[in-house]
Design a protein around this ligand. Sequence first.
Ligand code: PLP
Length: 409
Amino acid sequence: MIKINHNYKKLQASYLFSDIASRIAEFQKANPETEIIRLGIGDATRALPAACIEAMHRAVDEMGEDETFRGYGPEQGYEFLREKIAKYDYASRDADISAEEIFVSDGAKCDTGNFQELLAPDIRVAVPDPVYPVYVDTNVMAGRTGGFSHGRYENIIYMESTGENNYVPRPPENGADLIYLCFPNNPTGATITRQELEKWVEYARDNKALILYDAAYEAFIREDKIPRSIYEVEGAREVAVEFRSFSKTAGFTGTRCAFTVVPKNCRAFDEKGEPQMLHPMWNRRHSTKFNGVAYPVQRAAEAVYSPEGREQVKAIIADYMENAEIIRKEMENLGFSCSGGLHSPYIWVDAQTDSWELFDMLLKKAGVVCTPGAGFGRCGSTHIRLSAFNSRQNVERAMERIRKAVKEG
Ligand code: PLP
């Protein structure tokens, strides 16, 4: 008899997006003349940088000639891209990462979800709350959790990120083996200081733990002193794996290119407590289950690092960040306490009420859609997430409508 992986039965159906969609549909039916503005989007809205498009065109032309055609590429990614990443993303920040430690992939979602495969089933996993749901669900699928009750899975350590700790959780007292961190954070938009990150690295070293550091929103950091990579902290190479993506950096959400950094001396332990290197294990996994990112896409990603590409990316990010500034300023002027929006495209707004209540108010009175924080975990249930991924015109119109709605009560 063929049997299913019974852990899948523990997974909670995500009603978040279907709930949002049905509330929008109901509102639109009753108010067909209102044009709804979506500030809940977690997807890039600006076109790919011109430098990427030009590089992709050239690469597509190469694929059309026998002499320059490329078939299967290296699973880990082409050297030309890995070298650029090592130079511009790491060496430039004095982070000691070589090209061979970089694995190019088709997404940080897959990589953050897949990496846990390398680790034992009985480890203790710690995740922030609120959280990007992929970290939790993939550990549920792998059988590392118990059932779901009162909004949480058993056997997961939830690290609460609230206004009280500036949305940066402290290391758990009850000992975690695998720790997920994400900075700048989705959904809170919070960043971490170097000193705080140092404490996490120290914790992982002292507890023989591993940190999976999701830096998918690194490009939105605007202050030099905020760490962009965990490898800017001394001692992190042994205890941390880092995930990055071109999705939000350069609008690759539909084009698909990302990378994972596994330093050669990053370790986990075997059943005898002997250190085992994760680099050859991830290399084995990656080359067994993945066949590389398309050549034209890797050429487009490489162009992100060209002089023109870097200027164009900077301009696009600056434009999103102006949106973020407008949103945060306006919400604060209206009396809401906010996090994020300074080094992140997300603004996490303290709703002071159930997140769905503020969602309904903004939809019904302003025709604006946000993301209720409840979808990201228990600690999100009194917050909403507003996103800067939209046109300036839409952001300005949305904020004008929200201002009017809140003032009218
Ligand atoms: N990590 C975080 C925190 C995200 O918010 C997202 C996408 O929204 C991803 C990873 C996924 O990135 P990718 O498009 O590279 O799969």
